[in-house]
Design a protein around this ligand. Structure first.
Ligand code: FES
Length: 216
């Protein structure tokens, strides 16, 4: 099984194009600065904020993030290109990620992928014409016991067969995850480096940390 690299579309940056980051996005990024010793350390949250707002992180946005964090644009690209979940070009409203690792492959993952490509009329890293779906593959999605599986945005679909594809695509709620989201990501309302009590409460909900504390 070979590793596959993301086919990133290179673009040129038009210096006269409108700013990629709104003032609200800049403020949200700045609100993370007090959490770290350096502005550079806020790079990952900054990239997530940009992607969540703009749908992807364009080259122009990378340059503006670099200015905001007082680092070189190549440092932004270095970090961004390391992670497969960042997009440098527009993606569909929903991203379908199909597992391409062993368990899924053995149990029919390739057929599921082929059916998705056929029904969406796209190849890997492509986006359907109506802008609804983008399609990618990744190594193990950590649901091997329910192979073959795929994820639509954040929702995992287990034991998927090629004949399930049409039903999954037709379901408006195929990406809905019914669980409360952590508030760790959201910047503090006071902009002063985080609500330590809330973070502490959340940490205490993990049994590993609790056990470590009790062992001390
Ligand atoms: S091999 Fe597909 S989820 Fe692990």
């Amino acid at each position: 099984m070979a590793w596959k690299t993301i086919d990133r579309i290179q673009s040129t940056v038009d210096p006269d194009a409108p700013l990629a980051l709104s003032e609200a996005v800049r403020d949200k990024i700045r609100s993370f600065f007090p959490r770290y010793e350096t502005k550079r350390a806020a790079l990952l949250p900054a990239l997530w904020i940009v992607q969540n707002t703009n749908g992807h992180v364009s080259h122009k946005a990378m340059i503006e993030v670099a200015e905001l964090l007082e680092i070189h644009p190549s440092d932004v690209l270095d970090t961004l290109s390391f992670y497969t979940h960042f997009w440098t070009h527009p993606k569909g409203k929903k991203v379908i990620t199909v597992c391409r690792s062993l368990s899924c492959e053995l149990l029919g993952g390739a057929e599921v992928l082929a059916e998705l490509k056929k029904q969406l009329g796209i190849d890997e890293h492509g986006t359907s014409e109506d802008g609804t779906y983008s399609l990618v593959t990744e190594e193990c999605l950590a649901a091997c016991d329910h192979a073959p599986c795929l994820i639509v945005n954040e929702k995992t679909h287990k034991c998927v067969r090629a004949e399930d594809v049409a039903r999954i695509l037709a379901d408006d709620k195929n990406d809905c995850v019914e669980m409360e989201r952590s508030d760790l990501f959201d910047p503090p309302a006071n902009g002063k480096g985080g609500d330590e009590t809330a973070v502490d409460d959340l940490i205490e909900t993990t049994s590993d940390v609790q056990e470590m504390r009790e062992a001390d």
